[in-house]
Design a protein around this ligand. Structure first.
Ligand code: PHE
Length: 450
């Protein structure tokens, strides 16, 4: 009966389901990650603080949420993988092939995202144990760590932890893990926020984060903000689409979209209220770049009372946020291989993780021990990041918007939106999101420059 594996009938629908709150926690878990806690603060620092934050909020609401709803609806409508769902809701085969771009993107992202997640685990352990603060040369410590084999070992730990969750399945694994950790993460964040807001001189950091200086904004800030809104909401790589396939029909996707967007924003906001007051209080430049969290913040923690405790909590929080994201990334290729090749969940999880681990090794080494692993001056790690985040992610987003906006007949029914909201959603999907996402693509791929 099945002429092509991606053209399956409803009997091949997955049967796994989230509970309604479990889905919200899992989706927030996917959204909240290193993007919120590591990347958001430093790009906000680089692009001028509060004005950039406001731009990010606008992009998230105006473009991110419509695309998020589209991914969830395609997933729930198709109940397949990030590739087959397009076909199952009525798209032609070509859409299924295009959907594979997201599956590949998710696979590539796990291979390098888990490396940075590994750094955070290493830092959590060495902060709690006090080792991190025994030597005040934090740049030297970071470089030493990076030039050894430890990043690979910690990456392996991250991949194993991720696998142990995903192998248990949607409700006993992914849902349960997120239901415990996402509220736990909020408590940790609030504790750290109170700590940083009560540091001497914290006010300057708060005002950098919340008092906009519009003169610092330019066209580039807009594209960076939009690209980050996509990354932060886990869009364009099939993660939300795959989770959407496990949502009950009775759940409102519109409300879920608002809850996920609100959750993502809340965690990013609190992360800003931790990092900027802390950096300003200790005279650190928030535009420091990727090293901000691993080099500048340990310096700040070391100078504060109970720094080992707060530093340890901070890095543990980063590690948790990263793990709830790697779990969602892994589910994308796992769902795909389970459906396409009829692999068991266990087989899918461990084979994919093994391949991610292999692919991750040159990435990890290219930032330290084997810095000759680069092409055209770009490290292997940066190439992976560039291909996945700058090329495949906007492409994946574009495919979703064009499909839901122009081709999918069942969009109105599956979204569950009222007529007015549906019209607004369609307008954003047709005329606003694809154009802006195309600009992001042209910018991140280097075709247009400012
Ligand atoms: N949204 C995650 C973050 O902010 C990253 C991510 C992207 C996770 C895509 C899953 C899928 O860190």
């Amino acid at each position: 009966m099945k002429s092509h594996p991606s053209n399956q009938n409803s009997s091949s629908d997955n049967k796994e389901r989230f509970s309604s709150s479990g889905f919200i926690f899992a989706a927030i878990g996917s959204a909240v990650g290193l993007g919120n806690m590591w990347k958001f603060p430093y790009i906000t620092g680089q692009y001028g603080g509060a004005a950039f934050f406001i731009l990010f909020v606008v992009c998230l609401v105006a473009i991110g949420l419509p695309v998020l709803l589209a991914e969830l609806a395609i997933g729930r409508g198709g109940r397949g993988s990030a590739s087959s769902s397009f076909v199952k809701v009525g798209g032609q085969q070509i859409w299924g092939r295009l959907g594979m771009i997201s599956v590949i993107a998710a696979f590539l992202i796990i291979s390098f995202y888990s490396i940075v997640a590994g750094w955070t685990l290493n830092y959590a352990v060495s902060a709690f144990s006090g080792n991190l603060f025994a030597n005040p040369d934090f740049t030297g410590q970071f470089n030493d760590f990076m030039s050894g084999r430890k990043p690979i070992v910690w990456q392996l730990v991250v991949l194993l932890l991720t696998g142990l969750v995903v192998v248990k399945g949607v409700s006993a694994g992914i849902e349960k893990f997120n239901k415990i950790l996402i509220p736990g993460l909020l408590i940790l964040l609030v504790v750290l926020m109170i700590r940083s807001l009560t540091l001497p001189g914290a006010g300057a950091g708060v005002s950098f984060f919340l008092n906009p200086d519009w003169s610092k904004l330019g066209a580039e800030s807009l594209l960076v903000a939009l690209g980050h809104a996509f990354f932060s909401l886990s869009l364009g790589m099939g993660a939300m689409l795959t989770y959407g396939a496990y949502v009950e029909k009775s759940q409102s996707l519109g409300m879920a979209t608002l809850a996920i967007g609100g959750g993502d924003l809340l965690y990013a906001f609190i992360a800003g209220l931790i990092i900027f007051p802390t950096t300003f209080s200790f005279g650190i430049n928030p535009a420091e770049g990727p090293g901000l969290v691993f080099i500048a913040l340990p310096a700040a923690f070391s100078a504060m009372p109970f720094g080992a405790l707060f530093g340890g909590l901070f890095f543990m929080l980063l590690a948790i946020a990263a793990l709830t994201s790697t779990v969602s990334l892994l589910e994308v290729p796992v769902a795909y291989t389970m459906e396409r090749w009829k692999w068991t969940r266990t087989k899918s999880v461990w084979i994919i993780l093994f391949l991610c681990f292999l692919l991750g090794i040159p990435s990890a080494l290219s930032l330290g021990a084997a810095s000759n692993l680069n092409l055209g001056g770009k490290a292997f790690f940066d190439w992976m990041d560039f291909i996945a985040s700058n090329l495949l992610l906007p492409l994946g987003g574009l495919i979703v918007t064009v499909f839901a906006g122009y081709y999918w007949k069942g969009a109105a029914a599956e979204s569950g939106l009222t007529a007015w909201w549906f019209r607004l959603w369609l307008f954003m999907l047709r005329y606003v999101a694809p154009i802006l996402v195309l600009f992001v693509f042209l910018h991140t791929s280097g075709v247009i420059k400012f």
